[in-house]
Unconditional design. Structure first.
Length: 290
């Protein structure tokens, strides 16, 4: 098998593979920077909880209009935003920490969503909602993903200063009245819309995969915020491309193949990354004298 047959032929011959790759590109552009900020703000596990929180809303959209992208996306966005606001409110009004509050709402949302889909759908519908079908994305889904990516970049540009300051010195931001709470909730909106976009391709259980794994892997290669965001998006796209090829040549499910490829990139980064990887930390190279 030639390199062309291995790396290019699937995308040249099949339109559904090209659409899937374009979808991966759109997700990478939006999810990369958002994932980096989630990591720097120590909110990585919260993103996983939020990815499950969109399930009951998507299930309501499914019950109302079937496998309709606009209906399921609108329902997922509403449910994710409601859970984000409710969990944040509980954390601020009670002694319960925000991570525990998100965990509670995540479990409730996951159970409610599975129950709603199972009540009227079948196992195929449930698998579609939970694991996505990136090879079946249509033009409507691609337009939505591209719109979310554009919205995310504009939103991050608007919220950039307070978000970055809060990552490193939240006390200073509060002391100067920098609008930390407003920026925090605005950022949660960006997280939710990206998870809703990823849900169309990877399902609710793995939508967070392209958001967090490339961001965590990038941390072992570069340091600067802009470099982290750019590399995270690049690694997300590469993971999508290689995962689609793995799925095509190995006759494997596309969503898990993409996320596992991103996991492989993360594992390699942990082992050999120059910025804190195991090789650089425990087997540093010898420095030659000038």
């Amino acid at each position: 098998m030639s390199l062309y047959d291995l790396l290019i032929q699937p995308f040249a011959d099949y339109a559904f593979m090209r659409r899937a790759l374009v979808g991966c590109l759109a997700l990478a552009v939006g999810c990369g920077p958002v994932g980096v900020l989630l990591m720097l703000r120590r909110m990585s596990l919260m993103a996983d909880a939020m990815s499950h929180a969109i399930l009951p809303g998507a299930a309501v959209g499914f019950l109302w209009a079937g496998l309709s992208v606009p209906a399921m996306s609108l329902g997922g966005f509403a449910a994710g935003l409601l859970v984000a606001l409710a969990a944040g409110g509980v954390a601020r009004l009670t002694p319960l920490r925000e991570d525990a509050s998100f965990a509670a709402f995540y479990l409730i949302s996951l159970a409610a969503g599975v129950l709603l889909v199972s009540a009227r759908g079948n196992n195929v519908d449930l698998l579609h909602v939970l694991f996505g079908t990136i090879l079946a994305v249509d033009d409507v889904s691609l337009i939505e993903m591209a719109g979310v990516a554009s919205f995310s970049l504009v939103g991050l540009a608007v919220l950039y200063r307070p978000l970055v300051v809060e990552c490193f010195d939240p006390g200073f931001l509060r002391s100067v009245g920098g609008g930390g709470s407003l920026a925090h909730y605005g950022f949660l909106v960006l997280v939710v819309v990206n998870l809703v976009a990823g849900f169309q391709a990877l399902g609710t259980l793995m939508a967070v995969g392209l958001m967090m794994l490339p961001a965590a892997a990038a941390r072992f290669w570069v340091r600067g915020l802009w470099a982290l965001a750019a590399l995270a998006s690049t690694l997300a796209l590469v993971s999508g491309y290689l995962g689609l090829l793995l799925s095509y040549h190995g006759s494997l499910p596309s969503g898990p193949s993409i996320v596992l490829t991103a996991g492989g990139v993360y594992a390699v980064s942990v082992l050999v990354g120059p910025c804190g990887g195991l090789r650089s930390r425990y087997f540093p190279g010898r420095h030659r004298a000038a």
